[in-house]
Design a protein around this ligand. Sequence first.
Ligand code: HEC
Ligand code: HEC
Ligand code: HEC
Ligand code: HEC
Ligand code: HEC
Ligand code: HEC
Ligand code: HEC
Length: 266
Amino acid sequence: MTSTGKHALRWLAVPSFLLAVGGCLFFSSCATVERTVSAPPAVAGATFVGNAACADCHTNYTRTFVASAHGRFHSDSPRLAGQTGCESCHGPGSRHVQTGGQGRDKFIVNPRQSPETCFACHVQTHAEFRLPHHHQVLEGRLHCGQCHDAHGFDIHKPKGGLALSRLGETCTNCHREQSRTHVFGHEALREGCVACHTPHGSFTQKLLHQRDANLCLKCHAQVQTTAGEIFFGNTAHGAFLSRATCWAAGCHTAVHGSNIDPKLRY
Ligand code: HEC
Ligand code: HEC
Ligand code: HEC
Ligand code: HEC
Ligand code: HEC
Ligand code: HEC
Ligand code: HEC
């Protein structure tokens, strides 16, 4: 068994544990939990039929799914019905199959309408979207599929993307201003937007990992050789650092890149 396989199986044991522990935690707190943490999405009167039942009509999805992040731990075992595979996200499919694909809103779940189906397993992600600053997924303005291709080979790119630059491409579709090429680009962006931003949510404004100099210092730390002064490049920064963030007005406001200033000040 591959190490990913082992990891996934260990992981699958987690929901029942969470159900036991989570039950006490959630019901005694004021958090609103829409439904139990491990249950696959429900469809009234329907039962699980397995991936093979989807293949007739959705060949394009069943074919690529095998190599996807969720396909890698898929099991046909009846014991795990609905815990892996198509129906773990789309709910039990028997009525949808019987009716030949009818009843879009009634007989089959589409996570584009509600991310609840993902949160059954990704409890941590759910918590992130509830932080004070977040992409508005819970509010219905965005959905997981706009950043994650659930069926495809690379789940960290939007559906139909080219995966040229994995993490940056995810954001480019909606944030062209920050993603475009500049005469003086900031090399930090080569590590993706997530070098500085959290994608789901954070405690800090603008989804930043930190809202102070530490955000920049993780890459720009420099060995200091002059006692009593702090240098970045050849410029003494001691007085600046105590005054404001590195990207405050008058400093490096063009943190995503500049067409006029190599020091990214404007
Ligand atoms: C008999 C053919 C058939 C089978 C079998 C079938 N589907 Fe469908 N499915 C359809 C058709 C037709 C549509 C509607 C497509 C459209 O309107 O664009 C559809 C739509 C969907 C949608 C989109 C629903 C929406 O609200 O947008 C999902 C999700 C889906 N199917 C999942 C599945 C899964 C999972 C299985 C296996 C359990 C499955 N289908 C089996 C024919 C089928
Ligand atoms: C990890 C969760 C997940 C799994 C597993 C999954 N899907 Fe989906 N599926 C989604 C999401 C999210 C969407 C809606 C967003 C999108 O289109 O990317 C979707 C949309 C669909 C649609 C509708 C597409 C459309 O354009 O309206 C079909 C059909 C579908 N899935 C079939 C399948 C089949 C068949 C399988 C199994 C081989 C499967 N899915 C497994 C998450 C999943
Ligand atoms: C039945 C449980 C389950 C459901 C439902 C589910 N996931 Fe997952 N997801 C997993 C597991 C298990 C992994 C693999 C973790 C690993 O490989 O370490 C995973 C992996 C992922 C990853 C990749 C994580 C990484 O570290 O690269 C993403 C992104 C993801 N899921 C998004 C989604 C989205 C979006 C949905 C809903 C459309 C969804 N998942 C629904 C269980 C689930
Ligand atoms: C705005 C784009 C965006 C949206 C919307 C989004 N994600 Fe993500 N997600 C990302 C990026 C980018 C990463 C990679 C983070 C990294 O590598 O630091 C990620 C990582 C993940 C991971 C891996 C664990 C982690 O946190 O690093 C999971 C699981 C996941 N997302 C699930 C989801 C689910 C479920 C939804 C919908 C409820 C969702 N995501 C919506 C961009 C997004
Ligand atoms: C599907 C479109 C979409 C995608 C993809 C997307 N975003 Fe956003 N983003 C938005 C919307 C909508 C807002 C809210 C804008 C507003 O309220 O004016 C936003 C806001 C932001 C903000 C500002 C938050 C604030 O508090 O002002 C940051 C930073 C951000 N996104 C970063 C990212 C990063 C990084 C990625 C890639 C991981 C990404 N976005 C992907 C749509 C998207
Ligand atoms: C080197 C760190 C860094 C990287 C990498 C980075 N950003 Fe930012 N971003 C920031 C900072 C700092 C701010 C806050 C600027 C402010 O408050 O004036 C910000 C603000 C934003 C905003 C909010 C803009 C506004 O005016 O409110 C968006 C959207 C955004 N970034 C998107 C992106 C995208 C998309 C990428 C990748 C292409 C990216 N960022 C990469 C540091 C970074
Ligand atoms: C992921 C790593 C990373 C992060 C985080 C980062 N940078 Fe950079 N930055 C670089 C690299 C690499 C260069 C190009 C090499 C160099 O000049 O050190 C660069 C160059 C610069 C330059 C141009 C320097 C010159 O003399 O040409 C400025 C100004 C700058 N960064 C400011 C910032 C600010 C402000 C932040 C925090 C908001 C930040 N950087 C965060 C990696 C990073």
